[in-house]
Structures are given as C-alpha cells and as structure tokens.
Design a protein around this ligand. Structure first.
Ligand SMILES: C[S@@+](CC[C@H](N)C(=O)[O-])C[C@H]1O[C@@H](n2cnc3c(N)ncnc32)[C@H](O)[C@@H]1O
Length: 434
C-alpha cells in the first residue's frame, strides 16, 4: 500500500471507533482480517496513524477546528508526523485508494494549524471534565504532563534476575537498541520509533521465551522495588492480576519466602500460572478466589501489596483511546473499589508489617486522597516515606538520584512521563504499628 491508502484505512478505522464505540485494537484487527492484502508494514503504519490521532485528538481538533476522522488523520500526517501539507497533497493525488483531496478550507486549516493558540485541556490532550483533576495533580506543569502522556511510550523490560542479569541481556538485545533504564536496576528500555516505523517484537526473542526478561514499564518495576520485599518474607499480592508485580516481587525475594497471589477476578489471574513457569518463580502460591480463602493469612503478612484497580490515567501513552472513554462515573466507581480493596487487604498485615498502595493513575482522588482516607480510618497505620525509599534504591542506590518531582510531605510519590520518563504511577507505603 502507498501512504494514500494507509491514510484512507486509518480514517475508516477511526470512524468505526467513534461511531460504533469499538475498542481500538478490535477495530484494527477487524480491518486487518478484511484486508488480507495489507502487509505488516502497512498495518503498523495504519495502527500508528490511528493511535497518534487518538493521542492528540483534543489538540488536533482545537488547532484544526474540526474533529472529523478525516481531519484528525490528515493532521496527524501533516503535523505530528511532520510530513507537511504538500506531501499530503502528493500522496492523495497519486493513489486511487486515497481519501478525497483536501478541500481549500481543509488545506488552509492544516497549513494555519501551528499558529492557532490552544491552552488548558486541549493543549494537554486531556478530556475537559478531567482538567481540574490534572491541575490539582500537577499545578502549572499540568499541560506538560498531559502532553507527555500523549506521546508514544517506550518498551520497558525487566531483567528476570532469577535467571539472568542486565549486562548480558543488554548485549543480547543490542540489535533492538536496548539501553539501561535510568531508575530500575533491572530495567532496559527501547525508545519509541517515529512515524510509520514499527517497534521490535521483543516477545519473539529467544531471551523472552526462556524467561530472561518480562515486559514491564519502569514505574511498575520501581513500585515493586520500593515495596522492599526481602528474601524470606511473607507477602500477599492482593490484586495480582496477570502477575506482573508478583514476578517482580519474587525476583526481589530471590525465590525465598512466600508470595500469595490473589485477585478477585479469577479470569485476570489465569495467565499467571504460565508466566510463573516461564520465569522460574517458585515461591508463589496462587490463591484462586473461587476455591480458596485467605483466612490463614490474617495478621501474618510482612508485606501486603495493593496494585489497585484504577482509571489508568497514568498509562494513556499505551492506551490513548481509554482517555476519551473515561467517565466521571468510572472515576467514582474506582474510588469505591479502592476503598473496598484497602479495607479488605489491611487485615492481612502483621504488626510491624507494611501495606503498599499503588495505582497506575495520576489523579489525587485515587492516590493521596485515598491514603488520607485510610490513615484517618486505620489509626494503627502510619505513613513511611516512599520518597526516601526511592533515594535508597533508584538507579541501584546511586547517590545522584533525585526525588521524584511529585512527592508529598508524607513521602507518597507520583511518577509521570514528564518527570521520571515512566508511565504515571503512584506509590504510598503504610506501616502497621507493633
Ligand atoms: C491494576 S490491576 C492489577 C495488575 C497486576 N498487579 C499486574 O501487575 O499485572 C488491578 C486488579 O485488581 C483486581 N481487583 C479489583 N477489585 C478487587 C478486590 N476487591 N479484591 C482483589 N482484587 C481486586 C482486578 O481484578 C485487577 O486484576
């Protein structure tokens, strides 16, 4: 396919997503199934156009004064991919599968777009209703944080130290330009490619098949590290899902001690069994919510890790469609879920043990607000500084490590693409009195 046909495909897919409220991955897959002639390079380019258009939907619509799928895709090509209006005219003129040539009005909107002033939610590519929450979280850096959340994400890997080490993996993955992550001592990063280029398919690497690394954003790696699980500890991963944090905790514990992996949703927990095997993690008991209880763990855990259900505002780089689907009702529901999880999980912490509360959201209502609520309700818990822990262990404990920009007086920390170059993530550490 030529660029013209790719642009038309991206327009059709975006229209499908908008009009039929289809998830972006499903819409892309269906398009691929019904256009078998498209090669993998075409699919990547079309997927990149669709994702980038969704990433910058508000700023493109504001600048172009139109939110049609056609203008969002043209805007992505001309502005975000920096191809320019002349190139757009050339590629649509030269291809019978291309969209109709832009009208005079469309063309002038595209050429004048850079000069159109936008601010606030539109400049940050954040939904209008969420903008006050963003300003609450980031103050005068809210636009920069929104823009960073609208950029493409890197691929981050966590070396599975149960089986391998970072130096050796770095050499094995030199051909995909992997470099060390700045904070996580077990992290490697592959920076995003621009335009139509494809990211490497790292799961096809032999090293992945052998369980030498996991795909995990650096923020999640750091959250597991900040929890401070030690060999021999008793740990409950209360929202284990597919086991991403569970595996990182097992590696930190060098397979010694015991991790209980639990999740209220057994379907989400299901993939964990295969992952544990591949990673060689042997100190994990999976507690299926349908067939087992956690009663024997009450008051026994050195660490209870809560990777709480949340709005996912911190991972918009990876799921740009989710930001436009998020509603205030969903935010309210997650706040209720989070309190429910905190209420249930607190009972498993032993005297002197820790509860780590983490979310992949940047919204204070889901983060610091929930911790304040918890500390008010459970007066036998005290806050321990996650920021101080960060300084002890980020970058392998290097003295040069700075505090994350968003640390509260209590020491809770929020990571973000613009400040730590990670996904948005929140970590709070709470200790139960003896
Ligand atoms: C952010 S995801 C966990 C991701 C996982 N820890 C990982 O690293 O791959 C949040 C999880 O919380 C679970 N959850 C929601 N409500 C819960 C509850 N009341 N008790 C336990 N788990 C719950 C969800 O099923 C979901 O899997």
């Amino acid at each position: 396919m030529k660029d013209g046909g790719r642009l038309q495909a991206a327009i059709e897919i975006l229209e499908e997503i908008e009009t039929r409220h289809r998830p972006v991955q499903a819409a892309l897959k269906d398009w691929g199934n019904s256009h078998r002639f498209a090669g993998s390079g075409d699919r990547t380019a079309i997927g990149n156009l669709v994702f980038d258009a969704l990433r910058h939907k508000a700023s493109l619509s504001g600048r172009l004064k139109s939110d049609t799928a056609r203008m969002l895709v043209f805007g992505t090509y001309v502005l975000s991919w920096e191809k320019g209006a002349e190139q757009l005219l050339a590629v649509v003129g030269d291809d019978r599968h291309a969209p109709e040539t832009p009208s005079e009005a469309e063309l002038s909107a595209l050429t004048e777009a850079q000069g159109v002033e936008i601010d606030g939610a539109a400049a940050a590519d954040v939904p209008d209703w969420l903008w006050p929450h963003f300003e609450d979280a980031f103050g005068d850096r809210a636009v920069a944080e929104g823009q960073a959340l609208a950029a493409r994400a890197p691929i981050d890997l966590r070396v599975n130290t149960l089986k391998y080490d970072r130096e050796r993996l770095l050499k094995r993955l030199a051909h995909v330009n992997a470099v060390p992550c700045p904070w996580s001592p077990a992290g490697l990063r592959i920076y995003p490619t621009p335009g139509a280029l494809r990211m490497p398919h790292v799961q096809a690497e032999e090293a992945y098949q052998k369980g030498w690394f996991e795909l995990q954003d650096e923020a999640s790696q750091m959250a597991a590290l900040l929890a401070g699980a030690k060999p021999g500890d008793q740990v409950l991963d209360f929202c284990a899902g597919g086991g991403g944090k569970t595996l990182a905790l097992a590696a930190a514990m060098e397979n010694k001690g015991q991790i209980y992996a639990f999740d209220a949703d057994r379907l989400r927990l299901a993939p964990i069994h295969e992952r544990l095997k591949r990673a060689g993690a042997r100190n994990i008991q999976v507690r299926d919510p349908a067939s087992s209880s956690l009663d024997d763990l009450i008051g026994e855990m050195d660490l209870v890790f809560i990777d709480a259900p949340c709005t996912g505002t911190g991972v918009w780089r990876r799921r740009p469609d989710s930001k436009w689907r998020l509603s205030d009702k969903a935010l309210e529901d997650r706040i209720v879920d989070q309190r429910n999880v905190l209420d249930r999980a607190a009972q498993y912490v032993k005297p002197g043990g820790r509860l780590v509360y983490a979310t992949c959201s940047v919204l204070p209502l889901e983060n610091t607000g929930q911790v304040s609520w918890f500390l008010e309700k459970y007066q036998d818990f005290l806050s321990v500084s996650a920021a101080a822990r960060w300084q002890e262990c980020a970058g392998g404990g290097s003295a040069a490590v700075e505090l994350p920009a968003y640390a509260t007086a209590r020491g809770d920390i929020t990571l973000s693409p613009a400040s730590t170059n990670t996904d948005g993530f929140f970590v709070s550490i709470l200790e139960k009195s003896q």
